[in-house]
Design a protein around this ligand. Sequence first.
Ligand code: FBP
Length: 547
Amino acid sequence: MEKSALQISRSAYQPKLPKALQGAVKIKEGNPTQSVDDQEDIKKLFPNTYGMPVVEFVPSEEACNTKMNVGIILSGGQAPGGHNVITGLFDQVKKLNPENRLYGFILGPGGLVDHNYMELTKDIIDEYRNTGGFDMIGSGRTKLEQVEQFEKGLEIIRELDIKAIVIIGGDDSNTNACVLAEYYAAKNYGVQVIGCPKTIDGDLKNAQIETSFGFDTATKTYAELIGNIERDCNSARKYWHFIKVMGRSASHIALECALQCQPNICIVSEEVEQKDMTLNQIVDQLCEAIAYRAAQGNNFGTVIIPEGLIEFIPAIGRLIQELNDLLAAHGADYKDLDKTAQREYIISHLSKENAATFETLPEGVARQLSLDRDPHGNVQVSLIETEKLLSEMCEARLAQWKKEGKYVGKFAALHHFFGYEGRCAAPSNFDADYCYALGTSAAQLIANGKTGYMAIVQNTTAPADEWVAGGVPITMMMNMERRNGEMKPVIRKALVELEGKPFKAFAAVRDRWAKETCYVYPGPIQYWGPSEVCDQPTKTLSLEQSK
Ligand code: FBP
C-alpha cells in the first residue's frame, strides 16, 4: 500500500495512555446500578446483566497473564479512530499473553454470523496505526437480534476459541451488544461481550460516557471546510451558503461546528422541536436574517443545517412515526407500485392530519420519507436534501417580500453537504489517544471477566495521562422506546440539551452572528505543534465538562 508523507510520519505516533492503563491493573467496583428509566422492564429483559457496578481500573502490583482470544466487530457508520481501538486492544491482548490472538469479523456484525473473519497479526495492525477509516476489517449495519444469529456466531466463536467479542458501535449497535451479552450469559456459554462508544454524531454520551469517539475529528474536519467557505463567502460577498452537516438525529455536530466557526445561522433541531416550529417558521427566521444583512449591503452569509432537522419539525415527526408503522405493516403492499400509485396508497392510509402534511412536502422529500429504513428502523436522513429544500423556500419567500417591498437584495444560494468528508479523516490526537485507551480498557474488561459492559474513558478534558478508564454496564443506559411499531429496550440517545452549556453559549451570541460577520476560520487539524493547537478537545466537551 503506497502512503503519503503524513501517513508515514503519523504511523509512528505513540498514542498517550492514562497512567492507570500503562501497567498492570486491578478493578475498583462502584455501587450496583440501574437503568435510566423503565427499570422493571429492563431488569426483566436482562436478568443476568442488570444492576452490575460501574468499574474503574487502578494500578496493580500483580501482572496478570490471561490466555484469551478476542473477536472484534466494527458496526455502523465509519468514525475516525476505529483502527486505534483495534490497535489498543491488540497491544493489550498481546501484553496479557503473547499467545493470545485477535480476530476481526469482516464487514460488521454480519461477519460473525457468516463466519467471515481474519486473524489480525502485528504486520496488519502496524499498517493501520493512527489511520482513519474502517477498512482494516470493514463495517456493516446488520442488526444482531435473532437467536439463530447468536447461535451461528457461537459456532465460530467456539471454533476459534474466542473468549470475548468486542463490538465497536453507536447506540443501536451497543444495544445489540448488550442483548448478545445477556443471551450468552443466560445460556452459560462463557462468552463475554464488550461494547465501545463510537459515532461521529456525538449522541452516545451520558453521565459515564463523556463523548463518543470520532466526534472530535469529524467536527474539526467539517469546521475546517466551513471556515474555508466562510472566508470565501466573506471575500466574494455574493452567495448564501446552505451547509448541511451529518448527525442523523441529534444536532451536536451542527452546534459544535457553529461554536468553532461562528456562522450567521445554525439551526438546532432540538430547539425547533421544543418550540413546535413549522417549516414555514424556520424559513421566516432565515429570511429575516437574510433581509437584515441585505439592508446593510451584505448579500452573503452562511447557514448550518443538521441533517436530522426534518424529523424534528413536529408535524413531520408525527408523519414519520405513522409512516414507520405503515412501512412495517404494509411496506410490501406499496413498495413495487409506480410513483403516483405509491403516493396515493400512502395518502389514503394515513390519518387526515399526517396526509395533509405529506401532501405539502416537495415530492422528492415525501418520497424519501416513504422509502426503506436502515436495518435499525431509522429514516435515511443523509439522503434528504434539506439544504436545498430550505434555500428554495427562502428564495420563494424573498421574491414575495420583494414584491411587498420588504426586501431589497440579491439572493444566490450554494449548497454543501458535509458528512462522508469527515467520517474517515485521520484521527486527531484526541481521537487517536481516546480510541487507543478505549481498546486497552476493553482488553482489561475481558481479562477481568466482565460482560455486558461498555469500555469508558473519563476526565478527557485533562491531559491524557490523567484520564480515568473503566467500564459501565450497558443496561445502565437503557430505556424502552417504540421501534418498528414495538416497544424495545434501547440505549437512550443523547440529544442537544437546550439547558446545557454548549447550547446556552451559542444562544447567548447567535443574534450578533446573524447580523454581523463574525466568522472564525479554524484551519486544518494539526497533529504536531503546541498542545493548545493540536490537543484541544471539542468546544462541546470543554463546555460540558467546565465547572
Ligand atoms: P452511526 O450512528 O452508525 O455512527 O452513523 C452515523 C452516520 O454517519 C450519520 O451521521 C448518518 O446519517 C449515517 O451514518 C449515514 O449512514 P450511511 O453510512 O449508511 O450512509
